[in-house]
Design a protein around this ligand. Structure first.
Ligand code: ADP
Ligand code: MG
Length: 353
């Protein structure tokens, strides 16, 4: 007997390295007319490396100390940034202490108690304002509130924000004193490429995260991820298939987002998004009549994967929650499988209808 078209499409998708979870999911993939893509772990490899370690003067930590403290707090996390930080600490032969009371807040960062002190790693505004209730309370009422407002207002990279902290005036002396010199800050976007990176893969996304201990910022870590070699081909294939360029939705900073967008030919770029902002972006497109395919990998992407007409998760580095929520999972690590399954679905639907 011949297999029904949607089932043979699922079998074909499997050959492309994509696990499609049902015939309905297979069918919906062919209905999409807009793609929305996550950045970190989706357009980039999701295997970042720590490229800069900057303890703040007065923190009492050197580079190894900062890395060890951050790694201890990140150890329980499955986030790619967390794995990179733990990997860097291990690579330097540092002891990674056991953390207690670990809390991960998707799209924001982590907090944990390390050697009796609350350590936070993540977006500055999240650490100070939202992540970890305890940290939140500790930070309220001191000069950090003003710094956070400045970061929020500008919505730019941590590098810029930390940079600006050196220049801010009244009421910030204690914090300013702990910050490195402005001219000592390295712009994450200026990091040199690893040898062997091809021209199309040359855009790397520098992400700077803040490390806090008790009430105090103690340093920053910069992590650099590489564009997937097949990202530009994939975005142009999706543009051809849907008639419109994909939208880039990321929790990372605008500068890192812009570099990836430029390398992949995308112009609709939304950065600094929290998980709920990604959902809202997908919903807004769908309220405007679009049928959205969302592709992501993180816990932070799960709500958007669920809200989209069709959701595809990147399997290799993808979080369990993303894999469970998606309609399909790219199990072989090839992004070009995404437009391939859309094509397979369309071909099958032509046979069904
Ligand atoms: P994306 O949307 O680009 O895949 P995420 O939403 O996972 O990124 O993360 C957004 C930002 O939140 C990161 O760039 C980082 O600043 C911060 N962040 C999230 N999780 C962590 C973590 N475990 N450790 C440090 N920072 C984190
Ligand atoms: Mg991601």
């Amino acid at each position: 007997a011949t297999m029904p078209p949607l089932l043979s499409a699922i079998a074909n998708a499997g050959r492309h390295g994509v696990l499609v979870k049902s015939a309905v999911a297979m069918e919906r993939l062919g209905e999409i007319d807009t793609a929305a893509l996550d950045k970190t772990g989706t357009l980039t490899e999701g295997a970042p490396e720590v490229t800069d370690v900057r303890p703040l003067p007065g923190s009492g930590l050197d580079g190894d100390g900062l890395l060890a403290v951050a790694a201890a707090a990140e150890h329980p996390s499955e986030h790619p940034l967390a794995r990179a930080i733990v990997g860097a600490a291990r690579g330097r032969g540092l002891r990674v202490a056991d953390a207690e009371e670990f809390v991960a807040t998707p799209g924001r960062g982590v907090t944990a108690v390390v050697d009796g002190r609350v350590v936070g790693v993540g977006r500055a505004e999240a650490l100070v304002g939202e992540v970890g209730n305890g940290v939140d309370r500790m930070h309220r009422g001191d000069g950090m509130g003003k710094i956070v407002d400045r970061m929020r207002g500008d919505g730019d990279s941590m590098g810029d924000a930390v940079d600006r902290m050196h220049r801010v005036g009244d009421g910030m002396e204690t914090t300013v004193d702990r910050m490195p010199r402005a001219n000592g800050m390295q712009d994450p976007a200026d990091l040199t490429q690893p040898p062997g990176a091809s021209a199309s893969a040359s855009a790397s996304a520098g992400t700077t995260v803040l490390v806090t201990r008790d009430t105090t910022p103690v340093g920053t870590l910069t992590l650099t991820d590489r564009l997937r070699p097949d990202a530009p081909t994939t975005t142009s294939a999706l543009t051809t298939l849907t008639g419109t360029a994909p939208v880039l939705l990321t929790g990372d900073n605008p500068r890192a987002a812009a570099r990836v967008a430029e390398a992949t030919g995308l112009t609709d770029v939304r950065a600094n998004l929290l998980p709920e902002d990604k959902v809202n972006a997908v919903r807004d497109l769908q309220l405007a009549g679009r049928k959205v395919l969302f592709v992501g990998d993180g816990v932070n992407d799960a709500p958007a994967l669920a809200a989209a007409h069709s959701g595809i998760a990147m399997g290799r580095a993808g979080s369990d929650l993303a894999l469970e929520t998606a309609d399909a999972v790219v199990v072989r690590d090839e992004l070009t499988a995404v437009p391939a399954v859309v094509r397979l679905s369309r071909a099958a639907r032509r046979l069904v209808l």
